[in-house]
Design a protein around this ligand. Structure first.
Ligand SMILES: Cc1ncc(C[n+]2csc(CCOP(=O)(O)OP(=O)(O)O)c2C)c(N)n1
Length: 638
């Protein structure tokens, strides 16, 4: 098909296009059956109901199948990722790669053609499978278009059962609030999901819900190419409220014994029925050929990703020895300084979930109102949108309480990580250091959760000076970073001469341990944000004549060998952290030191039960994490 049609340039689908897409739909349906039967798994039902939409999207949108990285391309997000057979066969029909490769490699270990759509396949913008996240991804793309002054369109294709997911309603309201007219949602309304009819599984009124949240809805026959095209054309050239297209379809469309059967949502046609099914579609059964291709499968596709923008880290702010600051305020200042150094050249976005004053992004909001996005109490959508935007040439920042930005939204962070995102997450009110809000607000699992991913890096700076440097490092370095901060005002950490340890001349290096005081027998190692307590304990111990060294580790997912060698030489090692003591720094160090023949006795101090309401100092005391308790514990070791 000619690429002149891309970008929905023609007001109407012409006869030639209609005939070509109709023929492509027939072949795609056959290919969907072949690939799922060959793999003996997969989701043919929704793929077959979705195929006309897939073909129009991939053939008519402004995307170059041979160069899928062009910055001004339209973005197509598949939210019902299980309909990957529909997406892969349509992409192949639109010239993105060969259909043979997708069929032979479907759900095969090591192949990019995974069971749920993944970014490894050209044309796939975002890997999904965890339902309900696609619309938030689309919002990220639409915001990128706006911030980078581009006019590209973003389509989000979803299932109808999927509409039950709460994150979608968050996203609907956000898209309507920001008048994202360049964002279009399409719902495959086949009325079936795994357990049966969507109305019986969980009743909802899809059209009315979208309308109530401020969207315009166009209902069409999702198998009628003319109707579908007209709706897409209208949506593509829309300049008012965003449009949702409700595409009424039939699950398993095209094969009589599959039609309207929810059993085919996630089950392939049995091999002995395949010939009959393919015959109905006018396709031959050439499964034997695909079995051979599968046996010697080698992929030729390589979906590259754009490079993330390079930004300057700006001029550091140094805090004097007698300055007192909460780390979150140091973050707010560093953020504004980095933004000032870059925002003219690189799109910046700061997202907030109704906590800007507390998380110190209110200053950014005041200076850069067009770059500040208030998403309200919609953390799931925010987590996904920040991930999606971060995969573009933009700096995507979210600041929130640790509890809501990590534990509340772990799966969203994980899915963004799977998609190679570049999120900058700033978490305040972490550990027991949240004020008097109590256990529901205490983020004591930030490291354990994010360290269970393969990409997220977690940094807990020791004071305002280290916060300033770590914030700049995270903003200017590729990858997902979470900076962990408490709420309280704390002292500046100083060296033995009383000079700021992380002040002028200090270079923050990710993954390295910082020596605060030297000593020989016992090492007290604190997770960065507990350094002020550790320094107090050190002073008491020193006064009592105890030989002790003091170290701070602010990031312990990638512990350095030289640092571990140093710690291995001590007789005793005591760890102090404002994190669940079962899954934090103490455990990571125990693990890292295990390989050394001579290693210290390890004593872990940290959060050992859910905290209660109270001032951090009192809560630390209750859990044996205050300077007096730490001092007593160490005295007993010596
Ligand atoms: C968050 C989440 N919960 C559950 C599932 C398991 N699941 C996969 S598909 C599906 C049903 C989806 O129904 P629908 O959106 O109507 O798709 P269709 O049946 O039309 O293919 C479910 C529950 C999932 N993938 N993600």
């Amino acid at each position: 098909m000619s690429d002149n049609w891309r970008g929905f340039t023609n007001e109407k689908l012409d006869k030639e296009q209609y005939e070509k897409i109709t023929e492509a739909a027939r072949i795609c349906r056959g290919n969907i059956l072949k690939m799922t039967t060959l793999a003996m798994s997969g989701h043919p039902g929704g793929s077959m109901s979705s195929i006309e939409t897939y073909l129009l999207l991939y053939m008519m949108s402004n995307i170059d199948p041979k160069d899928t990285l062009k910055d001004d391309r339209d973005r197509i997000i598949i939210s019902h990722g299980h309909t990957s057979p529909g997406a892969y066969t349509a992409l192949a029909a639109a010239g993105f790669f060969s259909a043979d490769e997708a069929i032979a490699g479907f759900r095969l270990a090591g192949s990019p053609f995974e069971g749920h759509v993944e970014r490894s396949v050209p044309g796939i913008e975002w890997g999904t499978g965890n339902l309900g996240q696609g619309l938030s991804v689309g919002i990220g793309k639409a915001i990128y278009a706006r911030l980078s002054n581009q006019n590209f369109h973003s389509f989000v294709f979803m299932g109808d059962g999927e509409q039950q997911k709460g994150q979608i309603s968050e996203s609907r309201r956000i898209a309507a609030k920001y008048k994202l007219s360049k964002l279009t949602a399409i719902v495959d309304y086949n009325q079936l999901q795994i357990s049966g009819n969507i109305k019986e599984v969980l009743p909802q009124n899809i059209t009315d819900e979208w309308k109530a949240d401020g969207w315009n809805v166009i209902e069409v026959d999702g198998h009628d190419l003319y109707q579908l095209y007209d709706a897409m054309y209208k949506a593509y050239h829309n300049e008012s409220a965003p449009i949702m297209i409700l595409a009424k379809t039939t699950m398993g469309k095209g094969v009589s014994f599959m039609e309207d059967k929810h059993g085919y949502h996630g089950a392939p046609v049995k091999p002995d029925q395949l010939t009959d099914a393919l015959k109905e579609l006018g396709c031959e059964n050439d499964l034997e050929r695909y079995k051979e291709l599968r046996a010697s499968f080698k992929t030729t596709v390589n979906n590259k990703r754009n490079e993330y923008p390079k930004i300057s880290s700006g001029d550091v702010i140094n805090y004097a020895a007698d300055a007192k600051s909460d780390n979150r305020s140091a973050f707010g200042k560093a953020l504004e300084s980095v933004a000032a150094a870059n925002i003219d050249k690189v799109p910046f976005a700061v997202f907030d979930c109704d906590l800007a004053g507390s998380v110190k992004t209110a200053g950014f909001e005041k200076t850069y109102p067009d770059n500040f996005f208030q998403f309200g109490i919609s953390e799931h959508s925010t987590a996904t949108t920040t991930g999606s935007l971060s995969a573009e040439k933009a700096v995507s920042i979210w600041a929130d309480f640790g509890m809501f930005a990590i534990a509340e939204t772990y799966n969203q962070a994980r899915l963004s990580d799977i998609n190679h995102s570049n999120v900058k997450l700033f978490c305040t009110h972490c550990g027991l250091n949240v004020g008097e809000d109590g256990m529901t607000h205490q983020s004591i699992d930030y490291f354990a959760l994010l360290n269970s991913t393969f990409g997220w890096k977690v940094i807990t700076p020791a004071d305002a000076n280290q916060t300033d440097k770590a914030v700049r490092y995270a903003l200017a370095s590729p990858g997902n970073f979470a900076i962990i901060m408490g709420r309280a005002v704390i002292p500046i950490i100083t060296d033995e001469n009383g000079q700021p340890l992380f002040g002028e001349g200090y270079n923050y290096t990710y993954g390295r341990m910082d020596e605060i005081r030297s000593g020989k027998k016992t090492a007290l190692v604190c997770a960065g944000n507990m350094a002020f307590v550790a320094v107090e304990a050190y002073t008491k111990l020193k006064d009592a004549g105890v030989d002790i060294a003091l170290y701070s580790i602010s990031d312990w997912s990638d512990l350095h060998d030289d640092d571990m060698k140093k710690l291995a030489s001590f007789e005793n090692l005591v760890t102090l952290e404002d994190h669940n003591v079962k899954t934090g720094l103490g455990t990571a160090l125990t693990d890292a030191l295990y390989k050394f023949e001579k290693r210290p006795n390890i004593e872990k101090i940290g959060v050992s039960e859910y905290g209660s309401s109270g001032k951090p100092a009192d809560l630390y005391k209750l859990q044996g994490m205050d300077a007096d308790s730490v001092t007593e514990k160490i005295k007993k070791l010596s």
